[in-house]
Design a protein around this ligand. Structure first.
Ligand SMILES: Nc1ncnc2c1ncn2[C@@H]1O[C@H](COP(=O)(O)OP(=O)(O)OP(=O)(O)O)[C@@H](O)[C@H]1O
Length: 404
């Protein structure tokens, strides 16, 4: 087994008689997005501050690549800190500085690069984050989403290996929330950093995380892949998730993954009792990353939202539709064999031709590409198995290519 990038072992932290962390243990793997969830006031920000070295534990250990922070010399700690970056809840941009100056600040503070090198680095990052046109503006002239993007550019300008995001979507509307999530996910892939995110956005944040950890009563109650957390039988985990999850997906107005899974199980029961057939259909926006890159994350999320609305209108009344990932929508089709599902799919593809489903037509030479797959649920197979079948090559149709 390889040594984790960061390991918290039995970390205890109290403020006076207020016991916040009571033996928290968490493992962060390199190159992954780990999201920390938990009730308000549980100590998630305190946990982040321990990771970045802004707070020291009363007891317990924090290890970086196997070495304990406490035992490091001053220079070593400083060097380690320079590998980190932190995106605060409120973006914390300096109002008296332009966007360019805000982004350049961490490099100037470090004092390692020449003026020319700083200009080059800042210009590149701003181009990559689509900020080049607003370099001379001041934060007060920007929208909330743009400010987040500037904060992200500032956090990434030093080429950090580890980026901590403390509730990065607070106060944003659903499209911008999802835009920030897709931004974190895309840039994480592009720049390869390790991300640690604190968030209340459930289930949205599960779509971008490789690992989710839940802080409860000062301890990490559970950590694992998002699906493991969602499928956990632990009543505290289930209670928390149910309490956090809205009745519908905020971006698309469709159902939530949990609702879809429940519907799947109900249909499976019916299938056993009445020998009825049902199918699963999956729609994936294949080029969402490209869309994000070319026309921006807000435009990308707006297209997903519009496509979902179109789909909802065109599916049958009994079909249950839910967002199931950043670029994925899943539908349970009751009383539907594989052959029927194929027909539904082809019909949808025909209906899509020539319709203004998204704003894609606003962008010349632009393509909004959705693949659709289908599979019949059989023999008590779990949803993941049926989904994998629906996503397999032989069941996949590149159904919608909306190009203008
Ligand atoms: N420096 C400090 N001194 C004293 N108490 C503190 C300090 N920092 C945090 N706390 C307390 O620790 C508790 C946990 O705070 P923290 O901000 O980590 O919670 P959280 O889980 O991030 O909450 P939220 O989700 O609402 O942001 C709070 O009761 C807070 O008042």
């Amino acid at each position: 087994m390889t040594t984790p990038l960061i390991e918290m072992k039995d970390v205890v932290k109290s403020f006076g008689r207020h016991h916040i962390l009571r033996g928290a243990s968490l493992t962060i793997e390199k190159g992954e997005v780990t999201t920390v969830i938990g009730k308000s006031g549980e100590g998630k920000s305190v946990l982040l501050k321990h990771i970045i070295g802004l707070m020291e534990p009363d007891s317990g250990q924090i290890l970086f690549e196997g070495k304990e922070f406490k035992t490091m010399k001053k220079a070593e700690r400083k060097q380690l800190r320079s590998r980190f970056s932190y995106v605060f809840q409120n973006t914390a941009l300096f109002d008296s500085m332009t966007v360019y100056e805000n982004v350049a600040l961490p490099l100037k503070e470090k004092g390692e690069l020449s003026k020319k090198e700083i200009t080059e680095r800042v210009t590149t990052r701003m181009d990559q984050l689509d900020l080049h046109e607003i370099g001379n503006k001041f934060p007060s002239q920007l929208s909330g989403g743009m400010k987040k993007r500037v904060a992200l550019a500032r956090a990434l300008v030093t080429n950090p290996e580890i980026v901590l995001f403390d509730e990065p979507t607070t106060g944003l509307d659903p499209i911008r929330k999802n835009a920030v999530h897709s931004m974190i996910s895309d840039y994480q892939k592009k720049f390869g950093f390790t991300a640690i995110v604190v968030s209340h956005e459930i289930p949205d944040v599960f779509f971008i995380s490789q690992k989710v950890a839940m802080l409860d009563e000062g301890q990490i109650l559970i950590q694992g892949a998002p699906q493991e957390i969602q499928q956990s039988k632990d009543p505290i985990v289930q209670g928390f998730l149910r309490g956090m999850e809205a009745n519908h997906d905020a971006l698309t107005g469709l159902g939530t993954p949990t609702q879809l899974e429940r519907r799947f199980e109900q249909e499976m029961e019916l299938q056993k009792q009445q020998e009825s057939n049902f199918s699963l259909m999956v729609f994936t926006v294949e080029n969402l990353e490209e869309i994000n890159e070319k026309v921006g994350h807000v435009a990308g999320q707006t297209m997903v939202k519009n496509f979902a609305a179109w789909l909802q209108q065109h599916l049958r009344a009994n079909d249950t539709c839910s967002r199931y990932g950043m670029a994925k929508i899943l539908a349970v089709l009751p009383n539907t064999t594989r052959k029927d599902a194929q027909k539904v799919c082809s019909k949808l593809a025909r209906a899509a031709r020539g319709e203004k489903i998204t704003d894609a037509e606003l962008y010349p030479g632009f393509c909004f590409s959705v693949s659709a797959g289908f599979a019949e649920a059989t023999d008590d197979s779990p949803i993941d198995t049926v989904l994998a079948a629906a996503e397999s090559r032989e069941n996949m149709l590149y159904a919608f290519r909306i190009t203008k």
